[in-house]
Each structure stands twice: as C-alpha cells, then as structure tokens.
Design a protein around this ligand. Structure first.
Ligand SMILES: C[S@@+](CC[C@H](N)C(=O)[O-])C[C@H]1O[C@@H](n2cnc3c(N)ncnc32)[C@H](O)[C@@H]1O
Length: 467
C-alpha cells in the first residue's frame, strides 16, 4: 500500500515490494524456492513461475518503469534503438553452439578460445557478443573471457551433444525445444527484411500494401516470393525445416489447456488445425483428449516433413490414425465438412486482411451450424485505460495494470509487441487489436463469442461461431 506522502518512485517501489513479498509467501506455503538466474531451467521451475506470473506481472512492469525513470534518458533510448543487436549477439552465440558447449563445461565455464574452437566464429568477436548478452543475464562472464550458462542462456541449448551437431549441422534443430531454431530464424531470415523497412514504407507503391509479396523481405531477398514460398525454394529446404522446428518451440506461448473446453466435445468430434505446421498442436492435444479425431493441414511440403518426423519418432497417435497430416492450401475449398473446431494458430497474423477473409470464408463455407472457430494469435491491447468497448463479450476486456503503471503492463507483455513489429518486415503484416480481429470475423460470416485469456506469455484464444 502506498502512503500519503508517496512519490512516483516510491509508488513503483511499493508495487515491487508488495509483489515480491506475495511471491515469497506463496513459495513458502508450497515449500519451494523461487528460481534464481543460476538455477537450472526445469519444467517444474518454469511451472512455478507460470503459476505466479499474475503476481509477477505488475512487479515486472514496475521494475522496468523504475529503470526507464532512473536511467539516463539518452542511455535508455539508445538501448532500445539498438535492440536488434541483442538478436545479432544471440544469433552469433547460437551459430557457435555456445549453450551446448557450456552445458558440457558446467558451472566453472570455459574460456572463449575453447568455446570458439568448435566453430568458425572468431574468439574475439564471440567474447564481445557473450559479454554483451551477459549484461542481460543471458550467459555470465565468471572471469575475464571465461563464460558459463545461466538459467536463461540454457534456453538456447538443443540438448544435443556438440559432436552430433557438428556432424550434421542442418539437423541441429530436429527433435529439440526449438529455441535455437527461433534465434537463428529471427536473425537470419527476419532481420534481412528489417533492413529494407524504410524503402518499403516510403515507396508509394508498397507503403500501404499488406500483400505477401510486397514487403521489406522481398526487397531484401530480391524476389517477389512471399515468405512461405521463398522457404520452399529447393535451396531453402534447410530454412523451411528450421522454421518448422522453431514453431514447435513456440508451443510454450500458446497454452491449449485451461481455455477452450476440449473435454466437452462429443466423442469422435473432428478438430482441424488449419496451417498446423508439423502438427505440434494436434499431437499434443491427442495425448490428453483421446476421444477426438485430429487433422493437421498445411502446405504439402510441410506436412510431408512433419509426417516423416512423427514416423521417425514413432508417434502412436500419428501411426494409428488418430492424428492425420493432410496437404491443403487454406485459400482453396476446405475438404473437411464435419469439423467441430477449426483451429488457426499463428495464421491470421501472417496475412493481410483480404487474405485472412479469404481463409475464413473457406472455413465458413465448410462449417456446420455447430462448428467453432478457434483463433490463437496475439491481441495487442491499446496502451491506454480501457473504455470498456469489449465488455459485452466474455473475456473481451484484457487485464489492466494497477494505476501508475502502463495499462498494458509494458515489458510484461512485450514479447507479443516485438512479434507484431517483426511481422511487418517478415510477412508485411502485423498483430491485431481485438477491433481489427473482429473486422475479419464480420467480413467472413463469423462472430466472436468469447475470448479465453491467459497470463503472459500465453496467447489468447478467440472463439467464433457461424453467423
Ligand atoms: C506461423 S506458422 C504456424 C504453424 C502452426 N499453426 C503453429 O502454431 O505451430 C504458419 C503456417 O502456415 C502455413 N501456411 C502458409 N501458407 C499456407 C497455405 N496457403 N495453406 C496452408 N498452410 C499454409 C505455413 O507452412 C506454416 O506452417
């Protein structure tokens, strides 16, 4: 509680103190310790953080606001203006397999010369990248030029022996948590487009376009192919494979349980994941909800790669037909006419409005009166107090931060905001507000019925029904 003579700084501090106390009390009650930046990244410790994330959120927002207030404004601004360098440094660490090398080295770490010996990356350049990342708690410098992993840097670890990676670098991301794949794809594929944003946004022909072949990325790669077509060029097979693996990693950001009620669907109901990639979502759902049938649709090249992967892994649900992977272009007629649910996860945000409406109209034409549409995508909240415009829809209004903080919790929800900007130079699109998403529903014969929200970084589920 803030006292009557509180200042803006002390108000922020109070939010931090109250939140940290509440977290410590919760941990004490459960007989656990909140993880430090040196603790290993275990499923249990991440689950603990997730379970306390609602309490942590205002603390995160207040800490960052305190930083913004206390830091020299030029220094603060420069840090953000140069933020792409964090991607660059992480990408260098990833291409040098640093997280895997340091896993084997243990807590005493390794000298950068010994780390660099495994790749072509120069030791001097690598040292500066790792030192820079260590300023953000991604790796730590334990003595001059000697580095070790932190809890955060182990996210980059594919879990594979370094020898195995060196023997087949293209397979590095297969069957992994995929964060190394995300890091590589961001710096390698997406930042290429970033360099051409100014050209694309100033040319009168492309400035207002959201066409998939008209964006900054096309200027960067020197061809008119949309991102997904570019990835399918024979020379880019490894990029497509890397992105497929990266999408598996992104499952962490989209909880499938605790929102949409899968258990209540009648036995034998058909769930179709449209643009489902390798089938990460449906294979996960199939483990818990055995009474449903699952179809994952994607471009044939993608489903073929996915099928191969699941068969190699001996995935039971794929082998016994509970899960089917089906080549299908979502701009053409939807072949499944009895779907209970059409899921579109991370699809709408890749396409401009006219393309989204085409996709949704195909699903509407194939829908039964009981079919539900489940869109999983970020919803960008306005960063001002809500005027209650979505209060008539369950879950329509997102949570608002306590007074004195940024209404959208600032950095606490920044991952989706970064993604929204990344899309501008990757796919020539952006994330949407609920108003913008609603426009797509209205133009394609669907109506938003409810929104399931999760604490960050969980993506919301927007549920629609046919009009
Ligand atoms: C951002 S990924 C999302 C994948 C998956 N839904 C997930 O969340 O893991 C977008 C997917 O859309 C697929 N896609 C792109 N164009 C498509 C098309 N015309 N028809 C079907 N799928 C397409 C891509 O191949 C890719 O797998």
């Amino acid at each position: 509680m803030a006292s009557s003579n509180s200042t803006p700084l002390s108000t922020l501090l109070q939010i931090i103190t109250d939140g940290v106390k509440a977290i410590e009390v919760a941990c004490e009650k459960r007989g656990v310790r909140y993880p430090t930046l040196d603790d290993p990244l275990t499923a249990e410790s991440v689950a603990l953080q997730d379970s306390l994330s609602e309490i942590a959120l205002p603390v995160v927002a207040a800490s960052y606001q305190l930083t913004a207030t206390l830091m020299n404004p030029y220094g603060y601004y420069t840090t953000h203006t140069f933020a792409a360098e964090e991607s660059v440094a992480a990408s260098v660490a990833e291409m040098a397999h640093v997280a895997e090398i340091l896993r084997d080295a243990g807590p005493q770490g390794l000298h950068v010369k010994d780390i660099a010996a495994y790749s072509t990356v120069d030791a001097g350049k690598l040292a500066h990248c790792l030192r820079f990342l260590s300023s953000f708690h991604i790796f730590k410098e334990i003595s001059p030029d000697r580095f070790a992993n932190t809890r955060i840097s182990t996210i980059l670890d594919t879990g594979k022996p370094v020898k195995e990676i060196l023997a087949d670098p293209v397979a590095k991301y297969d069957n992994t948590r995929g964060f190394a794949a995300v890091t590589a794809a961001v710096a390698d594929d997406f930042l290429k487009g970033a360099a051409y944003v100014r050209e694309a946004f100033s040319d009168p022909v492309t400035a207002a376009s959201d066409a998939p072949d008209d964006g900054p990325l096309q200027l960067a790669i020197g061809r008119k192919d949309p991102l997904f077509v570019w990835w399918e060029a024979p020379e880019n097979e490894w990029r497509l494979r890397r992105f497929g693996n990266a999408m598996i990693a992104m499952q962490w950001s989209a909880p499938m349980e605790g929102g949409f009620d899968w258990a209540s669907l009648p036995k034998g109901s058909v769930v179709v994941d449209v643009g489902g990639g390798f089938g990460g979502v449906v294979t996960e759902l199939a483990k818990t909800h055995k009474h449903l049938k699952y179809i994952c649709q994607d471009r044939p090249q993608v489903t073929e790669q996915g099928m191969k992967m699941w068969k190699e892994q001996g995935n039971e649900d794929v082998l016994n037909g509970t899960v089917t992977l089906q080549g299908h272009d979502f701009f053409s007629e939807q072949p499944v006419k009895d779907a209970s649910v059409f899921v579109l996860k991370y699809i709408m945000h890749n396409w401009g409005d006219a393309w989204c409406v085409k996709i949704l109209k195909q699903l509407r034409a194939a829908a039964t009166p009981k079919t539900q549409l489940l869109i999983i995508d970020a919803l960008i909240g306005y960063n001002c107090p809500s005027d209650g415009r979505w209060s008539h829809v369950p879950g329509g209004e997102g949570p608002t931060a306590p007074e004195g903080l940024l209404p959208n919790f600032g950095i606490g929800t920044s991952d989706v905001q970064y993604l929204g900007i990344l899309l501008m130079h990757a796919t020539n699109t952006r994330e949407r507000t609920l108003d913008e998403m609603n426009k797509l529903f209205e133009l394609s014969g669907w109506k938003i019925e409810r929104v399931h929200r999760f604490p960050p970084p969980g993506m919301p589920q927007i549920v629609g029904v046919p009009v």
